[in-house]
Write a protein that binds this ligand. Structure first.
Ligand code: ADP
Ligand code: MG
Length: 260
């Protein structure tokens, strides 16, 4: 592909069927993420951020009606077969969510969670897998990684669990990481550590990042570009510095004023 965009979303529309009626959640959203770029989607609760994020990785529930186009390196994700979606999710794109406890299996040790992911996506097993697991845990700043391998998720702190989730997300060496409020459930100091980690990894791994948040402070800190979302639509988009210095839309102005 000659297109410099890793992810391209065009006129995405998502509705949920409830009580026999269709309720729109996302109403014509378009944006793209370039190679190695960090794009933030910011907006208040219920504005459609998570639905947008889930659409980009093909993880919306069956009850959703989806229209528009989501291409990943030119491959259409909307309406793609499960096999194609798995291929993209396994090889090129990863995602992390707000609460790692729901994504980690409580009955599996840290080693087992990572081993399964490596076996599935990389075909790595045995000593090679173990070496890669330690490498990944070191990469995400889990100290004393060898002694953490036999821990279960509940034995780790929230910050450590999110680090393990990030390690799992990195296992397939993604071109793009989609992160939906990955620090929202964490204490402020831990939040800062996880953001620093993501920024370091982004530089060292050269991956793109789609970062979903309601927190403008985070956007300011990490994003190259911002999309401001309200009521299922992007009301304003632009380079971060420009958008903060010279917001155009009233809603963006309100958000920025509320932050101060
Ligand atoms: P945000 O992440 O910005 O807080 P969401 O994307 O989660 O907002 O939700 C956008 C809208 O879509 C909300 O009105 C929400 O109630 C609705 N919604 C999200 N997921 C579902 C679902 N699985 N079924 C029905 N409605 C949903
Ligand atoms: Mg959300």
């Amino acid at each position: 592909m000659t297109d410099a965009n890793v992810l391209k979303v065009q006129d995405l529309r998502v509705s949920f069927r409830q009580d026999g009626k269709l309720h729109p959640a996302v109403q014509g959203v378009s944006f793209s993420v370039g190679r190695g770029e960090t794009v933030a989607i910011v907006g208040e609760s219920g504005s459609g951020k998570s639905v947008t994020a889930l659409s980009t990785v093909g993880l919306l529930p069956e009850s959703a009606s989806v229209e528009g186009s989501v291409t990943y390196e030119g491959r259409e994700m909307i309406g793609a077969s499960l096999a194609d979606l798995r291929d993209v999710r396994g090889n090129d794109i990863s995602f992390i969510f707000q609460e790692p406890m729901t994504s980690l299996n409580p009955l599996h040790t840290i080693e087992k969670q990572l081993a399964e992911s490596l076996a599935l996506h990389q075909g790595l097993t045995g000593d090679a897998a173990r070496a890669r697991i330690l490498d990944l845990l070191n990469k995400v700043g889990i100290r004393d990684a060898e002694n953490r391998l036999s821990d279960y998720p509940h034995q780790l702190s929230g910050g450590q669990r999110q680090r393990v989730m990030i390690a799992m997300a990195l296992a397939n060496e993604p071109e793009l990481l989609v992160a939906d409020e990955p620090t929202t459930a964490l204490d402020v100091t831990i939040q800062a550590q996880i953001l620093d980690l993501l920024m370091d990894l982004k530089r060292s791994e050269g991956m793109g990042l789609l970062f979903i948040t309601h927190d403008l402070g985070i956007v300011r800190r990490i994003a190259d570009r911002v999309c401001v979302m309200k009521d299922g639509a992007i009301v304003e988009e632009g380079p971060t510095a420009k958008l903060f210095a010279n917001p155009q839309h009233d809603y963006t102005k309100t958000l920025i004023n509320a932050e101060a």
